[in-house]
Design a protein around this ligand. Structure first.
Ligand code: FES
Length: 163
C-alpha cells in the first residue's frame, strides 16, 4: 500500500513553480519600475547639477573666436557675440582702437551693454558701471573688472582670443 503522506495532490506539485515564477516576475517588474522612476527623478537632478561644470569646461575649451567681416564695424559702436557659451562684446572706439570683453557682469552675471553716449559699459541689473576702454569696474556693486580678450585685426576679420 502506498504511503499516503508521500503522495500529494497533483495541483500542489505544479503550484510551487508557478508561484515562484510569478513572484520573480513581480519582483523584476517592481525593480524595473523603481529603476525607471529613479531615472525620471534622477536625470533632471543630474542635468541641473552638472550644468555649471559643463559650462566651465566649455568656457575653458574655447580660446579664440573669429569674427568674419567685423573689421567693418563703424567706430563708436559695438558688436555682441558669443565667446564659447557666454556673451561678449567687441567695441570699436572712435579713436580707432579695438577692445573685447566678456559681457557677463562680475556682480551677479547679468549681461552688460555698451553705452557710447555715456562712455560706459552698463549693467542694468544693479547699476554696475565699467570703463569701456579697460573693462575696469568703476561704479556700483561689481567687484571685479570684465574679462578682457586680445583683439587682432587680420585680413577682413577680427580674431578675439583669451589673454
Ligand atoms: S549683476 Fe551687474 S550690477 Fe549686479
Amino acid at each position: 500500500m502506498p504511503n499516503a503522506s508521500a503522495t500529494s495532490h497533483p495541483n500542489e506539485q505544479t503550484a510551487a513553480p508557478t508561484d515562484a515564477t510569478r513572484r520573480t516576475f513581480i519582483a523584476l517588474g517592481v525593480g524595473a519600475l523603481g529603476a525607471c522612476y529613479a531615472g525620471l527623478i534622477g536625470y533632471p537632478v543630474y542635468q541641473y547639477l552638472a550644468t555649471p561644470a559643463r559650462k566651465a569646461a566649455a568656457i575653458g575649451a574655447v580660446t579664440q573666436t573669429v569674427l568674419d567681416g567685423a573689421d567693418k564695424l563703424p567706430a563708436g559702436s559695438v558688436l555682441m557675440f558669443k565667446f564659447g557659451p557666454n556673451p561678449a562684446m567687441l567695441i570699436h572706439h572712435t579713436d580707432g582702437t579695438w577692445v573685447a570683453f566678456g559681457a557677463v557682469c562680475t556682480h551677479l552675471a547679468c549681461t552688460v551693454s555698451y553705452e557710447p553716449e555715456q562712455a560706459r559699459i552698463y549693467c542694468a541689473c544693479h547699476g554696475g558701471v565699467y570703463d569701456p576702454k579697460t573693462g575696469a569696474n568703476v561704479a556700483g556693486p561689481p567687484p571685479k573688472p570684465l574679462t578682457r580678450y586680445k583683439v587682432e585685426v587680420q585680413d577682413g576679420r577680427i580674431l578675439v582670443s583669451k589673454v
